[in-house]
Design a protein around this ligand. Structure first.
Ligand SMILES: Cc1ncc(COP(=O)(O)OP(=O)(O)O)c(N)n1
Ligand SMILES: Cc1nc(C(=O)O)sc1CCOP(=O)(O)O
Ligand SMILES: [Mg+2]
Length: 496
């Protein structure tokens, strides 16, 4: 991100200073700046520390803490707040009053002791923390902190879920329990939130391969600051979590050693993550990771991809040389659908084209279609293992970082990104070309990608300049005055 300071959203870091420059407010400000926000600091305590540990802690006086908050409130209001070390009960009370008044998104990393084991917070504060929870949008404890704050002895994945339930019951709106300190080959974080509506509690796991890197100081500070930065940039919470997770993995991968013995270092701040391997797998259960892959398409570039609603359209377009195509029919009887999918599948084979069937995965398996295209909601109900075992290719719709990270976890044959532009064909989220360009950088080495939604001849160049290897269209062909000319022109520009 290369934003001018004046257009940067403001984020407050309310945290302690680390004189060693690894963690604390120093890590927060580095991260906030790196991710295109303007970081303001409210220093709750001064620590004297180096790579070996903490030598001295001086909590900020109550007067000074109040004055810092007052000064910032006066003309630097935050889009988001990152909170961590609260050294004593006076500070707790001042910060609670500020959050009650402020009403900005607040992520609280409940640091109790430093990585080197030194206590940073007195025991009385820990007992009184629940007073703060109603003002906390996201709590990000590690396993030890989650155990301490919830009272649950965490040994297994079920205990993590139980601890999250207890913390939500105490009043925080969402919780991310970080498993990064576990000893396994993978590390898993668990996210859970209670929605205020009727649809109850939602949760998912974020899984990364564990990096054997000793330079892991400031992972918690960096993660919570990155979440605050992405929220301040306007990302929804689930997307902010995915991006911040990848940002920390990228920082760990690129971290450098510091100190006399070069054994401790700090995370690199390397900008918005663009390497797919840094992104987490997203799954409903802790076990549903490292899944087998769906069949691969024969090319990363699937070319022009018309999405049509009748056999007639398939018969008109396939002779023009279209090699990727979808039958998307709604509101038909079972008998009609069976006949349509059978015929579509035959046409696909006849023309040696990749024929995808939207929604009706059972019929696609039955009639041996090349592939199935499913939406995010279908991931909860479709039998994905049956599709994979039948050798049927799978394409998945995605509209955000969370959705494509979740979809990628299933290792599909391609990913669709949309809707790029507003469209009358369907009510959808508009993701825009900036996201398309960014996401293609992350995903295009691993998956064939197709862009969809509102794409026409006049805006096609904005899509093709992202490097995406396929463009899916409905009305650019079906509503064209001359569909042959439109198809041939689109094909030449996309595939040429
Ligand atoms: C190529 C392509 N991308 C996205 C969609 C949308 O699919 P889905 O989310 O399943 O929604 P419906 O098409 O069923 O309304 C698609 N069909 N094709
Ligand atoms: C079917 C569909 N799915 C979308 C998604 O974003 O998932 S956008 C879309 C409609 C595409 O139609 P047109 O080319 O006429 O804009
Ligand atoms: Mg569908």
């Amino acid at each position: 991100m290369t934003k001018q300071a004046s257009s940067r959203p403001i984020v407050w870091a309310i945290a302690a200073s680390d004189s060693g420059g690894c963690a604390g407010i120093q890590a927060d400000l580095r991260t906030l700046n790196d991710l295109g926000t303007h970081g303001c600091s409210v220093i709750t305590a001064l620590t004297a520390q180096n790579t070996q540990g903490i030598q001295h802690i001086q909590p900020t006086s109550a007067d000074n803490l109040s004055a810092q908050l007052k000064a910032l409130s006066a003309d630097l209001p935050p889009k988001a707040i990152k909170l961590s070390v609260i050294p004593n009960t006076e500070a707790l009370s001042i910060i609670k009053d500020q959050l009650a008044w402020q009403n900005s998104f607040c992520v609280y990393d409940p640091v109790i002791s430093s990585t080197s084991g030194n206590a940073l917070v007195n025991a009385e504060v820990i007992d009184q923390l629940p007073q703060l929870y109603p003002y906390i949008d996201l709590l990000t404890p590690n396993l030890d902190e989650a155990s301490r704050l919830s009272g649950v002895n965490i040994k297994h994945a079920d205990d993590v879920k139980h601890a999250a339930e207890k913390l939500l019951a105490q009043g925080v709106k969402a919780v991310l329990i970080k498993g990064g300190h576990s000893d396994d080959e993978i590390c898993q974080d668990f996210f859970s939130y209670s929605s205020s509506g009727t649809d109850g509690q939602h949760s998912f796991w974020l899984t990364n391969h564990k990096q054997a890197n000793p330079n892991s100081r400031a992972t918690g500070c960096t993660l919570s600051s990155a979440i605050a930065a992405f929220i301040a940039q306007g990302k929804p919470l689930q997307d902010a979590l995915v991006l911040a997770n990848a940002y920390v993995q990228q920082g760990l991968r690129l971290a450098l050693s510091l100190g006399d013995d070069n054994k401790v270092g700090t995370l690199a701040n390397a900008g918005t993550p663009e390497t797919f391997a840094d992104f987490p797998q997203i799954s409903d259960t802790a076990e549903a990771v490292n899944l087998p892959a769906f069949p691969r398409c024969d090319s990363l570039n699937l070319g022009l991809y018309p999405v049509v609603d009748s056999i007639e359209w398939l018969e008109k377009l396939l002779p023009l040389g279209v090699k990727t195509i979808q039958l998307r029919v709604k509101n038909k009887t079972d008998a009609e659908l069976d006949e349509l999918v059978k015929r579509a599948s035959e046409l696909g084979h006849q023309h040696n084209a990749r024929m995808f069937i939207n929604d009706h995965w059972q019929l696609a398996i039955k009639h041996k279609a090349y592939g199935v295209h499913l939406g995010q909601e279908d991931l909860d109900s479709a039998d994905l293992a049956a599709i994979r075992e039948a050798g049927v290719h799978l394409g998945l719709s995605t509209h955000s970082e969370y959705e494509w990270a979740r979809a990628a976890t299933f290792k599909p044959s391609y990913l669709a990104i949309g809707a790029i532009f507003p469209t009358d064909t369907k009510e959808v989220i508009i993701v825009g070309t900036e996201n398309l360009h960014q996401w293609v950088k992350v995903l295009s080495k691993g998956f064939p990608l197709t862009a969809i939604g509102g794409i026409k001849s006049h805006n096609l160049d904005q899509i093709l300049s992202s490097g995406v290897g396929s463009v899916a269209v409905v009305t650019a062909i079906t509503a064209a005055e001359d569909y042959v000319k439109a198809t041939e022109e689109l094909m030449a520009r996309i595939e040429g």
